[in-house]
Design a protein around this ligand. Sequence first.
Ligand code: ZN
Length: 342
Amino acid sequence: MKAISFDAKESISVIDVDAPGAPGPGEARVAVHRVGICGTDTSAYLGKFPFFQFPRTPGHELGVEVLAVGDGVTNVKPGDACSVEPYMNDPESYSSKRGRPNCCDNLQVIGVHCHGGMCEEFIIPAHKLHVGNGLKYDQLALVETLAIGCHAVNRADPAKGENVLVIGCGPIGLTVVEFLKIRGCRTIMMDMNQDRLDFAKNEMGVDATIQVQKDGSELEQLSSLTDGNLCEAVIDATGNKFSMSRALEFVAFAGKLVYVGVTGEEVSFPHPLMHRREMTIMGSRNALAEDFTQIIELMKQGKIDTDAWITHRTDMEKLADDFPTYLDPASKVLKAMIHISE
Ligand SMILES: [Zn+2]
């Protein structure tokens, strides 16, 4: 069967690999229909993602169909359309036993730490599949991206009517907004790019936007938008160390700051600011199984509309040519989707 290989930095090819055999106990064999491309794949392609080694088959945002199941599998059956929870945790690890398999010490994310789903078929533990019969494969491939935002919002846990600032209008920032809206929060987005802010305002219905200015006037703008109180929660989805350091300025007294973006660099901030306001600062990594369940249910109810998200489409043969174009901001890519089969 065919698979995509990221062979080396900035090099993609289609390779022939052995098709998987029969699924073992507790496993399922799946056919891949859709794979979403995200920032992780982009930085892997550029050789910038810490755990990604070449050559590797990426792909962790997946809409798949169950072909066969092994002994003891009851949660899925052949023909089921599913989203994939790509976080392979060690159930015996300390964090897994504490109910946090998303940040398991030995976590393997498929498509990052090991081969992923940019291929025709693969085998996966069946309990990592989330059935979404009735939803489109396009939607199922977006569940993982949404789950990142869902989990970050659950970490911040803002109440209805509270002011929440989301910094960074990329795909993760936009998924964060989806779940804030469902909670009835007042959403404010901040970014450097006015086009992205316009999209957030016009397509995503955020309540207010603030463009980051060189003069640092963002704080004044935010203050006037929030009666001088600033935000009960701030969620930084930039992964930029400067933004992450500054994010504390926007947090209200007794407020929370969640970092959902990742940087490989040190983040520093003035401690008196954090102490005086008695802030809570949190990380948000991956997502939990219940986030996937919740999102599939919300999609079925029509409460999450992802139609505007998929801006580009490609397939395995065209990927090597198309992928580099997604790196150019002029392409205005929000989410590119690979069609593996229809
Ligand atoms: Zn992703």
